[in-house]
Write a protein that binds this ligand. Structure first.
Ligand SMILES: *Cc1c(COP(=O)(O)O)cnc(C)c1O
Length: 354
C-alpha cells in the first residue's frame, strides 16, 4: 500500500506525475527512445524545457512582465552563492529566519558586507521577525519565505524599494502572492516541484548586470538566460518531471486551487494540535507554515506509543528535524487532505487512550 508521505524533502509528488515520469524513462511519447537517452538539443527536449520555463512563469502570473525562468543545477544551496555573485557589490541585507537563511548569509559574506536586518535566532527561529527597519543602501534584501525546518512562514512580504530576493524552496506554487514584488525567486525542486537535481530560478531581467566583478559563466544568470537555460547539459529527468508537476497543477486550477486545499490541510492539523492537550505547536501561531507543521508531545513518555501508532497507519517521514525535535508534518501540494485526516485521527486516538 502507498504510504502517507509527510517527508520534508525530497518528498511526495503527485502519483500520476511519478507514473508518467517513470514511463518516459522507458520511452518518451512514442518516439522509440527514452527521455534520458536523447540529446538535450533534440526538438523533443528543447520543447520540454521551453514549456517548463513558460509554464512556471504562467503559474506565477509573471509572463510578459520582464521575468525569465531558468532550470539550473546545484540545488538551492548553489543559489546562496550565485545570488551574491550576481547582485552583491557592497552591502546586502538578509532576514535570518533559520538554518537555510543562515547558510545563505555565510555564502554571501564571501562576496561583501552582509547585514542581518532581522533575526529570530534568539528563540530558535520559532517566529518571523516584524517591525524592523530595512536600510536604504542595500544591493538587495534576501528572505526565506518558508522555513522548512522550523515550520514558520512569512504571511506578509517585507516592503522595500531594493531588489527583493527570496528562497522559496519549500512553498513555491503553494499559495497566492503577488510574485512581481520579488526580483529573484529560487527554489530547489524537491519540495513542491520534482525530484532533486534541479533548481527553478525566476529572475527579473533588468536587475542583472549591475555588479563590477567578473562572474564565471556557470554562475552568471545572464549567460543562462542567453543560452535559454541550456548553457550546459541540463538535468533532463528532473526538468521533465517538474514540467509534469506544473502541468498537473495547471489542470487542477493553478495556485488558487491548490492554496484552498493547502489551507484546509493546515487548518485540520493545527486545530488538532491546539485542541489536543497531548501536543504542543512549536512555531508562533501567527507565523505558522501551511507547508511544514512542527509540534512536540507534551509528555515524552508517550513517544513510543505515538510513534508505533503512526507507523502502523502507514505514515512516513514524521520525525522532526534534529534542531527542533518532536515532529514535523510536511504537507506539500501533492499530499492529500485524506492523509492529513489519517494523522489527525491517530493524534485524537492517542488522547482517548492516553
Ligand atoms: C531544502 C531547502 C534548501 C536546500 O536545498 P538544496 O536543494 O538541498 O540545496 C534551501 N532552502 C530551503 C528553504 C529549503 O527548504
Amino acid at each position: 500500500m502507498k504510504k502517507h508521505n509527510f517527508s520534508a524533502g525530497p518528498c511526495i509528488l503527485p502519483q500520476e506525475v511519478m507514473q508518467k515520469a517513470a514511463s518516459a524513462v522507458i520511452e518518451l511519447d512514442d518516439i522509440g527512445l527514452s527521455l534520458i537517452e536523447i540529446s538535450h538539443r533534440s526538438k523533443e527536449f528543447v520543447d520540454i524545457m521551453e514549456e517548463a520555463r513558460s509554464l512556471a512563469l504562467e503559474l506565477l502570473g509573471l509572463q510578459g512582465k520582464g521575468y525569465q525562468a531558468l532550470f539550473l543545477h546545484g540545488g538551492a544551496s548553489m543559489e546562496f552563492l550565485m545570488v551574491a555573485y550576481n547582485y552583491l557589490e557592497k552591502k546586502a541585507g538578509y532576514i535570518n529566519t533559520g538554518t537555510w537563511s543562515d547558510k545563505a548569509i555565510k555564502e554571501a559574506r564571501l562576496f561583501g558586507e552582509v547585514v542581518e536586518v532581522a533575526s529570530s535566532k534568539d528563540k530558535n527561529y520559532n517566529f518571523i521577525p516584524k517591525g524592523y527597519k530595512i536600510p536604504g543602501d542595500l544591493d538587495y534584501l534576501h528572505m526565506t519565505s518558508n522555513n522548512t525546518i522550523y515550520g514558520t512562514q512569512f504571511k506578509e512580504i517585507p516592503k522595500t524599494d531594493r531588489p527583493l530576493i527570496c528562497d522559496m524552496s519549500s512553498d513555491i506554487f503553494s499559495r497566492q502572492l503577488d510574485f512581481s514584488q520579488f526580483d529573484l525567486i529560487y527554489a530547489g525542486a524537491q519540495k513542491n516541484m520534482g525530484p532533486a537535481g534541479v533548481t527553478l530560478v525566476v529572475v527579473r531581467e533588468d536587475t542583472l548586470g549591475k555588479v563590477s566583478r567578473k562572474i564565471p559563466s556557470m554562475m552568471d544568470y545572464q549567460v543562462h538566460i542567453e543560452k535559454d537555460s541550456m548553457f550546459n547539459t541540463p538535468p533532463v529527468f528532473p526538468v521533465y518531471t517538474s514540467l509534469l508537476t506544473l502541468q498537473w497543477l495547471k489542470e487542477l486550477g493553478g495556485i488558487p486551487a491548490i492554496e484552498e486545499v493547502n489551507e484546509k490541510k493546515a487548518q485540520l492539523l493545527y486545530s488538532e494540535i491546539d485542541l489536543n492537550p497531548l501536543f504542543k505547536g512549536f512555531a508562533a501561531k501567527e507565523d505558522r507554515s501551511n507547508m511544514n507543521a512542527t509540534f512536540t508531545l507534551s509528555d515524552e513518555k508517550l513517544k513510543d506509543t505515538f510513534d508505533s501508532m503512526w507507523k502502523e497507519a502507514g505514515i512516513n517521514g514524521l520525525n522532526g528535524h534534529r534542531s527542533v525535535g518532536g515532529y514535523r508534518a510536511s504537507m506539500y501540494n501533492a499530499l492529500s487532505l485524506e492523509s492529513v485526516g489519517v494523522l489527525v485521527d491517530i493524534m485524537s486516538d492517542l488522547e482517548r487512550k492516553g
